[in-house]
Design a protein around this ligand. Structure first.
Ligand code: AMP
Length: 304
């Protein structure tokens, strides 16, 4: 089954302590769509400006990513720039230029309205809701969010939460949203706001998953070299949603556990290179090898 993905499509400038690259493809939807496309066909919704390279549309076509929902508007593509500190965990936003994103209103092609699986990648919650308004009862809705929306548009976010099945957010966002220091309490609390399932990402320390009386925790894939952590969360969400759309009719907690491992595997490849380069050349074999490694790493009783 296909997955519909809406979010930002950006040109990013990223600085780490050792490298800087300008105007590379980024945005929550770009990362999520490419990650999801390994498991299921993608219907992409977003906006780009006249400066956006046509070659990306060609690339999407080769990856079963339908860009019929991507508007090309008059003006410049959304631009974001960030700088990482030495540990590559903390990041400061250096600049944001909304450009064509400022007046973006996602409009779904008719053929998208019946898509069963939806990923509302990180954009303003009012836009995420506008996408859901146009859909005919999707089976499973995943949403991502960020600190900006928790701080500035909390009532829009609160209105969205009962309409989604799985909320994905990172540890600091979960704490900010609930004012709980314990992530276990935070995850349980967020479920009460509406979503049946909550995934809390902890960066290099893995992720937690909460359901009704159900809990799962996994580590992150141990990497020697991280070049660019940008988009790790979007890739994680895309990997999860893509896996669910491709493999599952009705989502159960056991499927979400597997989805979370696939999300972690995809994110591990994304951060090994700048922008989306780690995902562009990736093969399904490499994904499956890391998935198997996760299985081995989580075994603590080894058969004799
Ligand atoms: P992450 O590293 O998962 O936080 O995601 C980074 C991506 O989010 C970058 O590629 C940015 O282009 C994109 N981004 C940054 N700020 C925003 C925003 N306010 N809305 C949507 N996308 C954003």
């Amino acid at each position: 089954m296909s997955v519909l993905i809406v979010g930002s499509i950006a040109l990013d400038t990223v600085k780490t302590p050792v490298e800087e690259h300008a105007d590379l493809l980024g945005g929550s939807a770009s990362y999520a769509a490419l990650a999801a496309s390994f498991f299921s066909p993608v219907r992409l919704v977003g906006v780009v400006g006249n400066d956006f390279p046509e070659s990306e549309f060609d690339f999407w076509r080769t990856r079963n990513i339908d860009s019929g929902g991507v508007q090309r508007a008059n003006g410049k593509t959304f631009r974001w720039s960030g700088e990482y500190s030495w540990d590559l965990n903390t990041r400061q936003t250096r600049s944001v230029a909304l450009n064509v994103f400022e007046h973006f209103k996602p409009e779904l092609p008719d053929s998208y309205r019946k898509t069963d699986f939806v990923l509302l990648a990180n954009i303003a919650p009012s836009l995420q809701a506008h996408v859901l308004d146009q859909m005919e009862r999707p089976r499973f809705v995943v949403a991502d969010t960020m600190d900006l929306w928790i701080e500035t548009t909390r009532s829009d976010l609160d209105a969205l939460l009962p309409r989604i099945d799985l909320l994905i957010l990172n540890d600091s966002e979960a704490r900010e949203m609930t004012k709980e220091t314990s992530l276990i309490k935070a995850g349980r609390r967020i479920r009460k706001f509406g979503p049946s399932y909550v995934a809390i990402k902890k960066g290099e320390h893995g992720a937690l998953l909460f359901g009704e009386g159900e809990f799962f925790s996994c580590g992150a894939y141990p990497l020697e070299d991280i070049h660019d952590p940008t988009g790790a969360g979007d890739t994680f969400a895309g990997g999860m949603a893509g896996y669910l759309a491709g493999a599952v009719k009705k989502v159960h907690f056991t499927d979400l556990r597997k989805a979370m491992i696939y999300g972690s595997v995809l994110a591990s490849f994304a951060v090994e290179a700048f922008s989306l380069e780690g995902l562009r050349s990736l093969s399904m074999d490499e994904i499956n090898q890391r998935y198997e490694m996760f299985k081995l790493m989580s075994q603590f009783e080894v058969p004799a």
